[in-house]
Design a protein around this ligand. Structure first.
Ligand SMILES: Cc1cc2nc3c(=O)[nH]c(=O)nc-3n(C[C@H](O)[C@H](O)[C@H](O)COP(=O)(O)O)c2cc1C
Length: 192
């Protein structure tokens, strides 16, 4: 199984990245091949709305550090998206990646029976870390990712959240969250 992990936090010892790492090391132990990209280290732009991917190309026309990432996602079986919650949403780095996935949609995607250029059946895990300890906060983020990735043909989606973790590394003491990272990796790798 191939896994691509995208880290959307700009900081070292980031909570969302720590959860992603636990997920990935568990998956590697189960035989998965993992490729990790730290979005903040890459030079890339957001979608330019050039519409080349809807008129003359079947991929994004921009050529920058995200080109390899978008190709890797095309090839992967499972995608991990790890982000801090910034202003009630994912980080700008993660949002810029999401906008570039517009290139996965076929030209007439609103009417097409298969709107996606991706092979169906991929799995997605969204990992979020936030300071707010309230489980009812920011619950709109996952349904939006779920909606778009299902439209891209993903058939299985999971959410792992760390609540009340303001400082870098805070999540390391959250055994429930770290355990959920492991069991989610087992589900994805073993199909359980
Ligand atoms: C620019 C910025 C915006 C933030 N906005 C929120 C927010 O809306 N809600 C929240 O609970 N925490 C917010 N936080 C706190 C982070 O979500 C929190 O520190 C989290 O652990 C960061 O995850 P990371 O360690 O993976 O970077 C914000 C932090 C920053 C720097």
């Amino acid at each position: 199984m191939k896994i691509v992990s995208l880290l959307g936090s700009p900081r070292k010892n980031s909570n969302s990245s720590i959860i992603a790492e636990r997920f990935c090391t568990t998956a590697q132990r189960l035989g998965a091949e993992v490729q990790t990209f730290t979005l903040n280290d890459l030079n890339f732009r957001g979608c330019q709305a050039c519409m080349a991917c809807k008129t003359k190309l079947d991929k994004c026309a921009l050529e920058d550090d995200l080109t390899e990432v978008l190709e890797a996602v095309r090839e992967t079986d499972a995608l991990v998206l790890a982000s801090p919650v910034y202003f009630w949403d994912v980080s700008a780095q993660m949002k810029a990646f999401l906008d570039r996935t517009f290139s996965y949609l076929v030209p007439n995607f609103q009417d097409a029976p298969r709107p996606s250029r991706l092979e169906p059946g991929k799995k997605m895990v969204l990992i979020l870390a936030q300071t707010n300890p309230d489980p009812d906060s920011f619950t709109d983020i996952f349904p939006r990712f779920d909606y778009f990735f299902k439209a891209y043909g993903f058939t299985e989606t999971h959410l792992i959240r760390a609540l009340g973790v303001p400082a870098p590394g805070d999540v390391k003491t959250r055994e429930d969250v770290m355990k959920l990272a492991e069991t989610t990796a087992e589900k994805i790798c073993n199909g359980k």
